[in-house]
Ligand binder design. Sequence first.
Ligand code: TYM
Length: 352
Amino acid sequence: MMRVVSGIQPTGNLHLGNYLGAIRNWVRMQDEIDAGNRAQVAEGGSAPKNQCLFFLADLHAISQPHVPAELHRGSLEMTAALVACGIDPARSILFNQAQVPQHAELQWLLSGTARMGWLNRMTQWKDKAGKNREGQSVALFSYPVLQAADVLLYQATHVPVGEDQKQHLELARDIAQKFNNDFASEDAPVFTLPEPFIPPVAARIMSLRNGSAKMSKSDPSDLSRINLSDDPETVMLKIKKAKTDPEPLPGELGGLVGRPEALNLVTIYAALADRSAEDVLREFAGQGFGAFKPALGELLVETLRPISQRFTALLEDRESLDAILATGAARARTLAGPTLDSAYRALGLVRA
Ligand code: TYM
């Protein structure tokens, strides 16, 4: 059985890092699983259990200061953005955590298993808390336990994410393993150990202004990222202003060592064109950024055009977006039930 599960925080805009590092792979996995399911049914097999679940991590979003009205608007916008990118609510279960209370329930049950030391080692916690650990919310610290609950609740087998989420998923595996060891028998584990799926290219898209910082929603400079809703002029301007160096492009990847901004732009081009970085370098070898940047800008504009057109149209129908999330949440609640029951039972917790 294949269960693909992944999430995104509905804060800020969907940017190119999210798209190339995660969402594009969500869509690809959805399409592959759907094709496999159809083939199985056509061959007269039993109803397939393979399934994709994608959600808005709105419960995670309250771990840092936020404006409630913006979170609500952000959730609807992120739903529209995901559908515009190709997530099909008829074939994947698309929902927000807040409508599936089992996520928060399982988080508490897993909190007895997760260790303080494990959470203390999380680089995202260290980065976000900085020097002010005492002033952070408890939710920011226990954030990875909720993330573990998100995937373990559905017996996820594959979790498509960008490189920055790898450590959180390793923690989810550690929690699942310890829970199974402590509270389940070897032949009837409560949780499946999830496998992160990190793309071979574009797993870490960097800021356009600083090649050693990842592209992120929280960067104060909008010039640092390409948003999927940016219009063509804005995309071309951001690429034109992207930081680079005066050297021409080399013929081989080795020539990009120590040139993080150049490597980032070549990586983006290669990922968008579905080509290898080596292949892109062979084409542009010896050319400067004056030639490469317009080519990259145009490729971006062409990729984003249909997505941003669908996004704008979808946003106009707020009721349909609400309905997508309500339907997805009802399906997710049903799927979550059995695993949550097993976790309560394994812990010896009595429920009527
Ligand atoms: P979030 O909302 O920060 O990002 C969503 C997805 O986008 C990927 N990503 C990137 N990939 C490549 N380059 C970048 N610059 C870049 N920036 C972001 C992230 O790796 C992620 O896959 N904690 C998660 C949300 C979450 C989740 C989960 C994910 C909650 N529960 C369970 C997987 C499974 C987060 O904040 O992602």
